[in-house]
Design a protein. Structure first.
Length: 85
């Protein structure tokens, strides 16, 4: 692997999901991409292809519920930080 490719891989992120280390509007700017990332992955996973199959069609319902719970938790945390403003 050459240096340019290694640098590109090191800097690649799907979204900015990381530890929440801010408060107020800075926290909201960290949380919103997390919510968007989870929601987009769920949407893509359940969208059917031309053969009528979906990647997450046979997914464990507890795992899907946990992902939705994560969205709810992140949204509630964002609302808490917005109330501080």
């Amino acid at each position: 692997m050459n240096a340019e490719l290694k640098k590109a891989f090191a800097g690649f992120k799907i979204n900015t999901c990381n530890t929440l280390n801010a408060t107020g509007i800075d926290a909201v700017h960290t949380i919103l991409p997390m919510i968007h990332g989870i929601a987009a992955l769920l949407e893509m996973g359940f969208r059917r292809n031309s053969e009528g199959e979906a990647a997450l069609e046979g997914a464990n319902t507890e795992l899907v519920a946990a992902a939705l719970d994560g969205i709810g938790f992140l949204a509630a945390t964002a609302m808490l930080h917005i109330e501080e403003l």
